[in-house]
Design a protein around this ligand. Sequence first.
Ligand SMILES: Nc1nc2c(ncn2[C@@H]2O[C@H](COP(=O)(O)OP(=O)(O)O)[C@@H](O)[C@H]2O)c(=O)[nH]1
Ligand SMILES: [Mg+2]
Length: 321
Amino acid sequence: MEPMPTPINGYVGFDNLTKQLENKMLRRGFQFNVMVVGQSGLGKSTMINTLFAGHLLDSTGRKDPAEELRQTTSVHTVSHVVIENGVKLRLNLIDTPGYGDLVNNDHCWEPVVRYIKDQYSVYLRKELTAVRERHIPDTRVHAVLFFINPSGHSLRPIDIVMMKKLGDICNLIPVIAKADALTLQERAVFKARIRAALQENNIRTYPFDHEDYDDEERSLNSSIQSLMPFAVVGSEKTMLIDGVPVRCRPTRSGVINVEDPEHCEFVYLRDFLLRTHLSDLVDTTTHIYYESFRSKQLLALKESSAKQHAQPAQSQTPGRA
Ligand SMILES: Nc1nc2c(ncn2[C@@H]2O[C@H](COP(=O)(O)OP(=O)(O)O)[C@@H](O)[C@H]2O)c(=O)[nH]1
Ligand SMILES: [Mg+2]
């Protein structure tokens, strides 16, 4: 139990601590690494650009009709620095091959899973060197946005396999892509069906409860979970509505205002990802996913070195799990 606070007579000044931390964080900036996963053409690049209100990833959409349709064939990372009111955010955006598009989808999750584990492994090696860097560059994936095809039916078996693999090793955030393809009623049914499938298959999505969460955090988590997966629409086009520029997408049934919660759930996703949970995503990656990778690796190392003592063999370095 924590001891009772001792009364102090007069101003000491350690209440400046939060200010000191804030200044330090502002100087250093934040690192946030987001990965997008899903079939090609589901609007992944567009959604990243909509989220960060800038052109950070190129869309597969052709500018010139003669140009070939570009498809992401390997895991591809781009880095950006964005600054808002003096807060510096270093972003790594990780684009992945449009998986599940091929005739043979066996092992299509491999490059994605390998990339995520490789980043843990790189970090661990840096941590284990005798002379550690003061700040180890963090390339660990803090959030994976998983784009679900707005089919209105249910998840494909391949989606389930992929999500299961991802939910075990990182913060998985499923979203329904191109939600303008569904009516509000279809959307509600589809969302409920996906939530049921996630539960049935024991797929862990972010946010999830943790032992040391208090009641308030648990109830916030469950209210977010009940809204998931967010049905989003992305667009880089802006139009003036009542004199204010807003991102929108013209459709057959009218113009969708991306930032209007009556039209789609983009703002929920943005607020959750960037306004309320950004720091927790980074913490969860460090304390849950990386920690579990780290302890598995170190235990394996210990075991193998015990074996080596018994019978001297080749040297072993930490690698992939
Ligand atoms: N209807 C609709 N189209 C979208 C949406 N988001 C993106 N698109 C379009 O879908 C095409 C593919 O988008 P892109 O972001 O390149 O998809 P990616 O392959 O998943 O990265 C482009 O023509 C986009 O303009 C959306 O929310 N709704
Ligand atoms: Mg793309």
